[in-house]
Design a protein around this ligand. Structure first.
Ligand SMILES: Nc1ncnc2c1ncn2[C@@H]1O[C@H](COP(=O)(O)OP(=O)(O)OP(=O)(O)O)[C@@H](O)[C@H]1O
Ligand SMILES: [Mg+2]
Length: 251
C-alpha cells in the first residue's frame, strides 16, 4: 500500500485458481474513496476474476478483503452490494424486453398496498438517468431497442441508485460511440466528486490515462504495476502489461 490512511477497500494476497489454472496469485489491491482506479492487463490477465472476487461472485482460495479496515467475507453478490459494492458487468445484466424503469428496479420494485407503483418508478428512473446528464427520449421502449450507450446508462443508473461506496465498471466503453464514451467518463468523474471509489476496466489505454487517478496492472494473474496516472504513460503501461517490468508493487 502506498497510502498511510486505511483504504476504503483492501484486498490482501488474493489467490484464485480454477482447477489447474492460476487466475490470481497473491494480488494486493486497494481502493480509496474519491478515486478512479484503472485496472488493466492483457486478455486472461485476471481482471474480471479480481473484480468478481470483489463483487462477491467468487470466493478467493486465499487472501482477505477489508472494508474500512474491517475484515469481511462475502456470502455472495447480494452481500457485496449490501456492503456498498456495485458492479456493472460487461454484458450489463439488463433484461432486453423490459423498459428502463423495470430494469432499474428489478428485484426491488416499489409497491404500495401490494401493487406496483409504475408511474412512481418511471419518474424515479427518469430522474436518475437525467442526473447522469444523458438524454433519453424512449423511456417506455424496451431497452433492447436502445443504443449501446443508452443501455450502458441504464446499467450504470441501476448501480448508482443503490448509493454505493464502490462502483466497478468492467469494459463499460467497449462498443460505444466516441460521444457516448465521453459521457461514461463524465459519470465516473461525477462519482469521484461524490466520494465514490471507481474501478474502471478497459483495454483502451488513452481512456484509462485520461480519466484515472491510479493504474493497476495485472500480468498472468500477478500485480505488476501500481502507479499514479500522472507518473505513467502509454509506453510504460504497455511494457508492464506485456513485458517483464514491475513498478510500485513492493509488499
Ligand atoms: N470460471 C472460470 N473457469 C475456469 N477458468 C477461468 C474462469 N474464469 C476465468 N478463468 C481463467 O482465469 C484466467 C483469468 O481470466 P479473467 O477472465 O479474469 O481475465 P481478464 O483479465 O478479465 O481477461 P479479458 O481481458 O480477456 O476479459 C484466464 O486464464 C481464464 O481462462
Ligand atoms: Mg475480463
Amino acid at each position: 500500500m502506498t497510502e498511510q490512511a486505511t483504504p476504503l477497500i483492501h484486498m490482501e494476497r488474493i489467490t484464485k485458481h480454477f482447477g489447474g489454472i492460476q487466475a490470481l496469485s497473491e494480488v494486493d489491491f486497494h481502493l480509496n474513496a474519491s478515486e478512479i482506479v484503472g485496472l488493466v492487463g492483457d486478455n486472461g490477465a485476471g481482471k474480471s476474476t479480481l473484480i468478481k472476487v470483489l463483487s462477491g461472485v467468487y470466493s478467493p482460495n486465499e487472501g482477505s478483503i477489508y472494508i474500512n479496515g474491517k475484515k469481511v467475507r462475502f456470502e455472495g453478490p447480494r452481500h457485496a452490494k449490501e456492503l456498498g459494492i456495485e458492479t456493472v458487468h460487461q454484458d450489463r445484466g439488463l433484461v432486453p424486453g423490459f423498459q428502463v424503469a423495470a430494469n432499474l428496479f428489478l428485484g426491488r420494485e416499489k409497491t404500495r398496498f401490494g401493487l406496483l407503483r409504475l408511474r412512481y418508478m418511471d419518474q424515479l428512473a427518469r430522474e436518475s438517468v437525467e442526473s447522469l446528464g444523458i438524454e433519453m427520449q424512449s423511456f417506455r421502449a424496451p431497452v433492447m431497442n436502445m443504443s449501446g450507450g443508452q443501455q450502458q446508462t441504464v446499467a450504470v443508473a441501476r448501480a448508482l441508485s443503490a448509493n454505493p461506496k464502490v462502483v466497478i465498471l468492467d469494459e463499460p466503453t467497449a462498443a460505444l460511440a466516441i460521444k457516448e464514451v465521453g459521457k461514461v467518463l463524465d459519470v465516473m468523474r461525477r462519482l469521484r466528486e461524490h466520494g465514490v471509489a471507481v474501478v474502471f476496466i478497459s483495454h483502451v489505454l488513452p481512456e484509462i490515462l485520461l480519466v484515472t487517478d491510479r493504474i493497476v496492472v495485472l500480468r498472468r494473474g500477478q500485480k505488476v504495476g501500481d502507479l499514479m496516472t500522472r507518473d505513467s504513460d502509454q509506453d510504460l503501461v504497455v511494457k508492464l502489461m506485456i513485458g517483464t517490468e514491475v513498478v510500485g508493487c513492493a509488499g
